[in-house]
Design a protein. Structure first.
Length: 349
């Protein structure tokens, strides 16, 4: 998966219209959850308690970033918490808009998009880091001889036209003595990485867990320059699980239940990558099962990595990225990092 595919909606749709819809039902029926249980008790029956319907919006098409959700659904972890979870793709609006408007209770986003949204007054909150460290970076076929950020000079980069692309590239080129102004930037639209590098670009921004692993399987080796290896402020959380401030205020128990089950799903994927890959492939049979398995084996250890528990986020990660964006004048004002995320609903270590 190219990073531009996963993030383009966050960078281009800042959810202004969605703010007006924050009074919706937040993608669930939590307000009616007690009614069915009370009716069963009053009637003296042992009928099963009605599950609360919850919608989760993905950031793009299903992939191994999302495996824990599918595992939690398939193995009944959500049902154990009284939840009937529907996993949906984001459509044209994007997951951030769906969560903010109340069309979905939860969504998958990225720190980049959520940072921009928070500064525009959009009440999104990150409730868990799906992957602990940034696994994205700039990738080029080995025959382009791009082995360091300085080697970007004189090459053609294929992206989606966000100022964050040039800013990230500059952040890793400057310490190496490179000049980002010597890089040619072109838009590659919806072309996939493998088509684009054969046709008109030298390198692009990708997630290694998907596009990089696919390159391995295709026998097309890459030189991969991870952002986090060159600029600590770019070791941010991508992707993250989000919800709205309204959801947290109105249904805190639902948020806690959802994260309890989701955490179990990702922990299962950490401990059992092959079985987890099979679960994702069963749920989404259009995916290449070989790619799913190889990607899952590579990614599973990285979900939690060096964190004390899956999902935990650090203030300094949010602050460092926000300060960097503000320093580049990509943000109008400093980010209030403490309000952008919470660890309060994660299960105890």
């Amino acid at each position: 998966m190219q990073v531009k595919k996963a993030l383009m909606l966050s960078f281009t749709c800042m959810l202004i219209l969605a703010i007006a819809g924050c009074g919706g039902n937040n993608g669930n029926t939590a307000g009616n959850k007690g009614t069915a249980a009370e009716s069963n008790t009053a009637a003296g029956t042992d009928a099963p308690k009605e599950l609360t319907k919850v919608k989760v919006a993905l950031d793009w098409t299903p992939n191994t970033n999302h495996t824990g959700l599918y595992v939690a659904k398939d193995l009944g972890y959500y049902a154990e918490e009284g939840l009937d979870v529907e996993i949906v793709q984001p459509g044209a609006a994007g997951s951030d808009t769906m969560v903010t408007s109340g069309e979905a209770a939860f969504g998958i986003s990225a720190q980049e998009g959520l940072t921009l949204a928070r500064l525009q007054g959009v009440p999104l909150v990150s409730i868990a880091a799906i992957i602990q460290h940034n696994t994205s970076g700039f990738a080029a076929p080995v025959d382009r001889n791009i082995k360091s950020p300085k080697d970007f000079e004189g090459k053609t980069y294929g992206g989606w036209g966000s100022p964050a692309e040039e800013a990230a590239m500059k952040a890793i080129m400057d310490p190496e003595g490179g000049d980002v102004k010597k890089v040619k930037f072109v838009s590659i639209g919806e072309a996939d990485y493998f088509t684009a590098v054969k046709r008109d670009i030298d390198f692009a921004w990708i997630f290694y867990a998907w596009t990089g692993i696919e390159a391995e399987l295709r026998g097309e080796p890459l030189n991969m320059l991870y952002l986090k290896d060159y600029a600590p402020q770019l070791d941010y959380y991508t992707p993250v699980l989000t919800t709205s401030e309204k959801q947290i205020t109105d249904h805190p128990d639902l948020v806690k239940a959802f994260l309890k089950a989701t955490s179990k799903g990702y922990q299962y994927a950490i401990d059992h990558p092959e079985e987890a890959a099979a679960t994702l492939s069963k749920a989404v049979p259009d995916l290449d099962a070989e790619l799913v398995l190889a990607s899952q084996k590579w990614l599973s250890p990285k979900y939690k990595d060096d964190a004390p528990r899956w999902g935990e986020q650090k203030t300094e990660v949010w602050q460092n990225y926000g300060d960097w964006m503000h320093g580049l004048k990509l943000l109008d004002k400093p980010l209030d990092a403490a309000s952008a995320f919470t660890n309060d609903f994660l299960p105890a270590e």
